[in-house]
Write a protein that binds this ligand. Structure first.
Ligand SMILES: *[C@@H]1O[C@H](CO)[C@@H](O)[C@H](O)[C@H]1NC(C)=O
Ligand SMILES: *[C@@H]1O[C@H](CO)[C@@H](O)[C@H](O)[C@H]1NC(C)=O
Ligand SMILES: *[C@@H]1O[C@H](CO)[C@@H](O)[C@H](O)[C@H]1NC(C)=O
Ligand SMILES: *[C@@H]1O[C@H](CO)[C@@H](O)[C@H](O)[C@H]1NC(C)=O
Length: 507
């Protein structure tokens, strides 16, 4: 079987060839008319890209059906067989470790990837690139649009630091090692993945928020240039931010309808380190990882391991989105239940879980749900005896602050009221929290409900600056609280509670 690797010229004779004429030749991937003139009888030249000649004779033709069909005959006139398949060079030589880096292979005799793939299940067609170290091997995903007979462009996957020799096979036939950089492939045709070529994410803030939150990362970002801009970064590095992603959705670096970046700058003119901010898109509520991609020799960012938090569903992630409730009506109803309640809010997303509504800790039967409205029917609710003074509700903590106050005994704070001088309060959606203002004298109290994600033995640690106490109530009644951990000086070693058995899902 003889292969037509590239550019075999055939003459097709027949009638009714037109703009829409398609020619298929056996398993040949693509046959194009060199000149697409008006429909006419007679001969027409076509160029065949790839395929094998053994199938030529039985090849069917598709013709313009509006014209008289005529079985065409074809004969090879000139075949250009390129058996000199080889790799001459690769670039870059040093690259990032976390994939998404564009890798270019130059040489000759590669398959023409721009063709339409007739048989997508046949993996042998076209160019297959593998990057192989002494112990590991990774595919490099070929970018068809930028690949032709003398060049292959592919995108790397995440690959640990190592030296990877490039292997290419064309239509299932590997290019032998002695044709890879003239046999010097291990030196000249290898990719070295290195930590110092890898963009990083060292911190992310905030780590929770509704969809659409603007998130800021710090890390080794290499460049302060975004987009197709050809400018060079202020530190002289020729690379640009291409995209950022939060989960599967783009995280936009530009403010809506403008050319203005949220934030993208290096720590100093010559630094590799800096800040980048982007706004999440989409309405998904759940857990996300953030990454960004730089062009040139860098690729996708690698996050620090300590940025991952464990979700209640035991998944690691860097960011958690949540829905918001903005209103409930009516706000009163019968103890016998049966009240139709309308809950207004944002991002009522049921992608991962159906919505659950609790009223007074009991399920409210959901009647309808859209992005911003849920209706439900309240359950029967026994009359309260006056024992309960606080109810678990949505997420977050209430932070109460008394400015210009520094009591020597923290228990005094328990007697402070909202009418005391300097009082203000805020709601925080998660912990840890850093107030940001340092040279201030103030005391504050954070209050909230803790819902254990799984049943088990828990130790609570207290990490704070200065004096602090941690109180814990075993019921939902704040009156039942006992002090379980405290700090009198900042030692750096966080004080901790005794081991406590907590039950999953209970506030
Ligand atoms: C985030 O990345 C970590 C580490 O690669 C992975 O284990 C986790 O499944 C990812 N989480 C999500 C929500 O994709
Ligand atoms: C009220 O609270 C106390 C103390 O926690 C408890 O012993 C009592 O059973 C509660 N009464 C009711 C009716 O829930
Ligand atoms: C408390 O101090 C902070 C920080 O200086 C200030 O922003 C805030 O307005 C003050 N609040 C009150 C109620 O004094
Ligand atoms: C709360 O109850 C659990 C389980 O009964 C117990 O292990 C723990 O010591 C209690 N904690 C406090 C602070 O009362």
């Amino acid at each position: 079987m003889r292969r037509w690797i590239c550019g075999t010229l055939l003459t097709v004779s027949g009638l009714g060839f037109g703009e829409d004429t398609m020619v298929t030749v056996g398993s040949v991937l693509d046959v194009r008319f060199d000149k697409l003139g008006p429909p006419r009888a007679g001969s027409q030249s076509v160029t065949v890209w790839g395929g094998d000649m053994s199938q030529t004779a039985s090849s069917p033709f598709n013709y313009d059906e509006s014209l008289t069909p005529l079985i065409a005959t074809m004969s090879p006139e000139k075949t250009t067989v390129i058996d000199a398949q080889r790799i001459d060079s690769v670039s870059p030589r040093w690259g990032g470790m976390n994939g998404a880096m564009r890798f270019t292979i130059k040489g000759d005799g590669f398959a023409q990837e721009r063709q339409f793939q007739l048989n997508p299940t046949n993996n042998d067609f076209g160019n297959r690139v593998t990057l192989v170290s002494a112990t590991l091997s990774f595919p490099c995903d070929v970018e068809r649009d930028s690949t032709h007979g003398r060049q292959i462009m592919c995108y790397t996957r995440a690959m640990p630091e190592d030296t990877y020799l490039v292997h290419v096979s064309v239509d299932g036939v590997p290019i032998p090692d002695n044709k890879v950089c003239r046999g010097w492939g291990i030196w000249d045709c290898s990719l070295y993945t290195r930590w110092w070529q890898t963009p990083t994410i060292q911190s992310i803030s905030p780590t929770t928020g509704p969809p659409g939150t603007v998130v800021t990362i710090t890390g080794r970002i290499f460049t302060d240039v975004y987009g197709s801009n050809t400018a060079t970064s202020t530190n002289g590095i020729n690379s640009r931010f291409l995209r950022a992603y939060m989960g599967g959705m783009p995280c936009e670096l530009l403010k809506p309808d403008s050319d203005e970046l949220y934030r993208l700058h290096l720590d100093s003119e010559h630094s590799w380190w800096g800040y980048m901010s982007c706004r999440m898109t989409g309405t998904y509520v759940g857990h996300h990882n953030l990454s960004y991609i730089l062009d040139a020799d860098y690729g996708r960012s690698l996050p620090d391991k300590n940025l991952f938090r464990i979700s209640a569903g035991n998944k690691l992630s860097m960011f958690q989105t949540y829905a918001e409730v903005t209103g409930v009506s009516p706000s009163e109803g019968s103890v016998l239940g049966g009240t139709l309640v309308t809950i207004q809010g944002r991002f009522f997303d049921e992608t991962d879980h159906p919505a659950v509504v609790l009223v007074g800790g009991k399920p409210c039967r959901v009647q309808s749900l859209s992005d911003d409205i849920i209706t439900c029917i309240t359950p029967k609710q026994p009359m309260e005896t006056g024992n309960v003074t606080a109810y678990p509700g949505g997420r977050g903590w209430v932070r109460q602050v008394w400015n210009a106050t520094w009591p020597w005994d923290l228990s005094v704070i328990l007697t402070y009221t909202t009418s005391k001088d300097g009082y203000w309060s805020e709601w925080r959606d998660s912990l840890p929290y850093s107030s940001g203002f340092q040279d201030q004298t103030y005391c504050s109290r954070l209050r909230g409900f803790l819902v254990a994600p799984t049943s088990g033995d828990y130790t609570l640690y207290l990490k704070c600056d200065g004096l602090c106490d941690l109180y814990f109530s075993n019921s939902t009644r704040p009156e039942d609280k006992v002090k379980i951990a405290f700090q009198t000086h900042y030692w750096g070693i966080p004080p901790k509670s005794e081991v406590m058995a907590l039950e999953k899902g209970k506030a």
